[in-house]
Write a protein that binds this ligand. Sequence first.
Ligand SMILES: *Cc1c(COP(=O)(O)O)cnc(C)c1O
Length: 428
Amino acid sequence: MKFENSIQFAKSLDDADCLRKFRTEFIIPTVGGVEQIYFLGNSLGLQPKRTPLYIMQILDQWGHHGVEGFFRGEQPWLNYHDQLVQPLAKIVGALPQEIVVMNQLTVNLHLLLISFYQPSKKRNKIICESKAFPSDQYMLETHIKQRGLDPEDVLIQIKPREGEVLLCEDDIIAAMGQHKNELALVLWGGVNYYTGQVFNMQKITEAGHKAGAKVGFDLAHAAGNIRLQLHDWDVDFASWCSYKYLNSGPGAIAGAYINERYHTDKKLQRFAGWWGHKKEKRFLMKPGFDPIPSAEGWQLSTPSPVLYAAHKAALDIFEKAGGLEKLRQKSILLTGYLEYLIHEINSKHGEELFFIITPSDPNIRGCQLSIVCKRNGKAIFNYLAENGVIGDWREPDVIRLSPVPLYNSFKDVYGAAMCLDESLAVSE
Ligand SMILES: *Cc1c(COP(=O)(O)O)cnc(C)c1O
């Protein structure tokens, strides 16, 4: 599409946007009655207006039925999980039985590594991205130590090439080939949180399998943002949090995917709890763990129906919006328009004041643009925040802005770009 730098043009894109009504499903944060331009759905998605209603239903059921709420009322808690699996299966491209909603992301990664990282003397290396999200780094470091191994020996961290910010996919593939006799696991991010780079998960999975390793993904920044086909790509396992693009609230219950070929694999280790035990026998309280023959067999503890409800409220909106296909189409335009307007600011000033490190190819990025400020980054960021444009700051000089197709408009994008331009005069 040929973009134009005017508010009329932004409005015309909003008029043509078949998803625009979904903004009214969300509570847009305000300051002094003025709606903020919230470009932080990559950090904490906005609250759906229906969330409190769904949660109230759980509380009502608890009030009316006590523990019988597991079995009674409109939404018995015991089967509530079934309602989450279908929409999530569509969002991440999996079979419903390959999805489990449980715990939180970092916890799930530890649990999944128990199953999918089985180091032997010869084969114990893990390939991951250098400068992965800190929680993933801490998870790997401590998990490896717990196995009696040294993270320094085990971890092969792939870095961008000298002078570059994005990772070159060929380098990841080459490393897998190079370590093919000692590689146990590839654990990668679907979308890098810092640069917004999307990785070719199919290619990474193929190469990882060829090298004899298991392949898993952290989809924190990918779930609800980009198209995923975990099953068709033959990914072994994955996990994601639900509070970013999935809008299910702070500390939301997370999700995991486990390829169906492992569901009844007795050789796989796992940590178990009664919630993963065969449902028909769960309450018999007999010894001997007999797992549910699906991803649900990886559950440990009684889940919170309150968190389920907040998750369902958000997933119902994804369903109403017709799934990820339409959202992606709008997302490509929204983020593309922001990129175009930032280039306009640079050309107006005859200088690359804002350098976008996120890939310019829409196929290898999602909503987010990571913008390096040439000068006065912190002052620019503060100006945005004071003037109702909510992004976030990553030291030393990066502003991350993520227009989200479910609730952001083209007018938001135009407003944010205007504010960026104004910030230059003020921050000099
Ligand atoms: C947001 C994020 C996390 C957060 O993990 P929690 O366990 O949900 O706190 C972990 N990894 C990545 C890559 C993230 O982007």
